[in-house]
Design a protein around this ligand. Structure first.
Ligand SMILES: N[C@@H](CCC[C@H](N)C(=O)O)C(=O)O
Length: 305
């Protein structure tokens, strides 16, 4: 697969349109690469030709050696009929680097929302995902807020494979004990430790991520309380990588810290290796606010089925 990459030559007016490469007789899909706190994404606009991206293509595109390099691939598609009648502007399909579809990604939602708001000239956009509708709004020049619904805490919402106390799971790995499992549209298990820097996350997180108590694995958050309104957080994400930032992980950690009364405010600053997110905890749900950035755009010749 060959790529034509145009660093920083970003066209924000109009859609990313599909054209045909006359030499290769293959559809050429424009892509945009963006990041939210260095959690980076390739975005494809498939509104004109909604189809699934095969797992091998996702893997190749996301691999920094063979492709563009990204931690998730996002396909913008038309909303479903149900989504459209509830006000959704688009459907966002989320692929992890192994090609598996997942139902939520906080940083990606901010990036796609920013791109769509630039395209429409509006200050708000509603994105449908497999986990439901996400209402997004501009928050200054280069930042976006996303409203998630209420955090799920029931065992079958996470989902676990059977009934268990999600607020104190009976599993452990080294210093990771007493995890609190929640759903932010995707599964997260949050542990708090005294000193985050002392935890060897690549060693201790995988046994939690892949524990049979989870129906489809879990993302693993390891947090340290800095003060009554601030958390330091690292997230080990499915399918097995330490990220610079995780938006849904930040929502999960702020929610769990509040439940455990480790923090006393409804507005929590979550410091991740890639930067800081503000998480507002409200009765009707959680709102995440943070920056986005555009890396480059280009063209991907793909044979989608
Ligand atoms: N980085 C994302 C989460 C992406 C999905 C995750 N890897 C999963 O498997 O659920 C975020 O910002 O939320």
């Amino acid at each position: 697969m060959a790529f034509l990459i145009q660093p920083l030559a970003i066209q924000h007016e109009g859609r990313l349109n599909v054209t045909v490469d006359p030499r290769q007789h293959r559809a050429v899909f424009p892509f945009l690469k963006m990041h939210g706190l260095f959690n980076c994404f390739v975005i494809l606009d498939l509104r004109g030709s909604p189809q699934r991206v095969p797992a091998e293509d996702v893997q190749r595109i996301c691999d920094v050696r063979s492709g563009v390099g990204a931690e998730q691939l996002l396909a913008i598609e038309p909303p479903t009929d149900a989504g459209r009648s509830s006000g959704a502007d688009v459907f966002m399909r989320i692929y992890n680097i192994d090609g598996a579809e997942v139902s939520a990604c906080g940083n990606a939602t901010r990036c796609v929302a920013y791109h769509l708001m630039r395209e429409s000239g509006h200050e708000t956009v509603t994105i449908e995902t497999a986990a439901g509708l996400l209402r997004c709004s501009a928050s200054g020049d280069q930042a976006v807020s996303v409203q998630f619904g209420p955090i799920g805490t029931a065992w079958n919402e996470v989902p676990l494979t059977g009934p268990a106390d999600t607020s104190c799971l009976p599993i452990e790995s080294g210093p990771l004990k007493g995890g609190f499992a929640v759903s932010v549209g995707n599964p997260h298990t949050v542990f708090f430790v005294d000193k985050l820097a002392d935890v060897d996350i690549p060693r201790f997180a995988p046994p939690i991520q892949n524990h049979p108590i989870f129906e489809s694995g879990t993302n693993v958050g390891v947090g340290e309380i800095v003060d009554a309104c601030t958390i330091k957080l690292a997230v080990w994400e499915r399918p097995g990588m330490l990220t610079q930032a995780c938006g849904t992980g930040a929502c999960a950690a702020a929610f769990v810290a509040r439940q455990r009364r480790f923090i006393s405010t409804d507005s929590v600053m979550v410091h991740l290796p890639g930067g800081t997110l503000r998480i507002d905890l409200r009765e009707h749900g959680v709102t995440m606010t943070g920056p986005v950035a555009t890396c480059c755009s280009g063209y991907l010749p793909l044979q989608l089925s």
